[in-house]
Design a protein around this ligand. Sequence first.
Ligand SMILES: Nc1ncnc2c1ncn2[C@@H]1O[C@H](COP(=O)(O)OP(=O)(O)O)[C@@H](O)[C@H]1O
Ligand SMILES: CC(=O)OP(=O)(O)O
Ligand SMILES: [Mg+2]
Length: 388
Amino acid sequence: MSKALIAVNAGSATLKFRAYTPDGRNLLARGMVDRFGMDDSTLQLDVGSRHVRLQLAGNSRDEAIGAVLNLLADQSLQPLAVAHRVVHGGEHYHAPVVLTAEVLDDLAALIPLAPLHQPVSLAVMSAFARLDPQLTQIACFDTAFHANQPTIATRFGIARHWHDAGIRRYGFHGLSYAAIARHLPELGLADARVVVLHLGSGASACALQAGQSVASSMGFSAVDGLMMGSRPGNLDPEVVLYWMEHEGMDVAAVRQELYKKSGLLGVSGGLSADMRVLLTSRDEAAREAVELFCYRAAREVASLATAMRGLDAIIFTAGIGEHSPEVRSRILKQLAWLGFDADLAANLSHATRLTTANSARHAYVIATDEEGEMAREASALLAGQVEL
Ligand SMILES: Nc1ncnc2c1ncn2[C@@H]1O[C@H](COP(=O)(O)OP(=O)(O)O)[C@@H](O)[C@H]1O
Ligand SMILES: CC(=O)OP(=O)(O)O
Ligand SMILES: [Mg+2]
């Protein structure tokens, strides 16, 4: 048996996981539970050139996690510790922590700030604890990377006491931005002003100045900012009041509308939240959903550039950013006035640099690595605490 650090990224429908050497540097296995905690969920694992795919017998999260642990044991991988992506660390968690009863209580208190993400992470932690109460578990926070933003970037224009009570912008996808920041020196951008577009089913943008987060598009929750797969991004708050006052929608219905029925899905008239489906559709509403997604992302780049008083480069990442030349090219076209001269061939071939040699500013695509970032954080935290 070799000891492995497991990094877990629990979403509403999938549980992605990777196993690393205890120093967090080498990938040993990667896998995913699809339709996590639902009927007919499947488990996939890749270890080297071996690929295993299982239909799970039960439909509970415990059963799925039990199957993950069994499958890792079959491959002679024994979890040394498990690191979880936790979307919200609130005002106090700015670094990874080992889970204790007190930490779990604090994370549960943050559920109202991340109502769709936080409960799933907590449920996954409990499931691991039930299966192996001795297992060291660690929380790695999406908000932590943004903790040192200047106060001006974190304030809403509301009464000061609300800010003091924690109603402020936090920013999310921080593990992804931290992973991208590691690549800046090799692109010659170590000291540059860079906007990173994390375009996945959740989407956000972040202003990185010399590798530090100075502003981001997501705010108090992961609903704000760019339009996403099924979330609207920026929305006039009066729309919510209108729904409640005139449409009889209660809090649960509004939340469902904001997290599950808006974004690409809503604008495409219910066709799909998946960019791949919309890009191949001939439907007019699907076309407009894609156009709005790109338009809003491009607008946010200019806004974040203003926060840095300048812009040297942009970087695309995450599912859509890494894989869709069409979306990248539309965003670059909207930003052409800023001096981005797209290189069509480079974009189609997913080359790292997407702009021509003479472009005044450059755009790049870099694969994100949230799980790798968690493994590094967890390994650093555990050094000296457990035998690695
Ligand atoms: N080839 C592609 N073209 C366009 N979009 C893609 C492609 N591959 C993946 N995607 C998009 O990426 C999204 C998932 O991105 P990902 O970063 O994995 O999101 P999350 O982690 O939030 O689930 C999918 O919903 C899909 O729309
Ligand atoms: C913060 C967030 O929106 O996460 P995800 O993209 O995983 O939904
Ligand atoms: Mg994601």
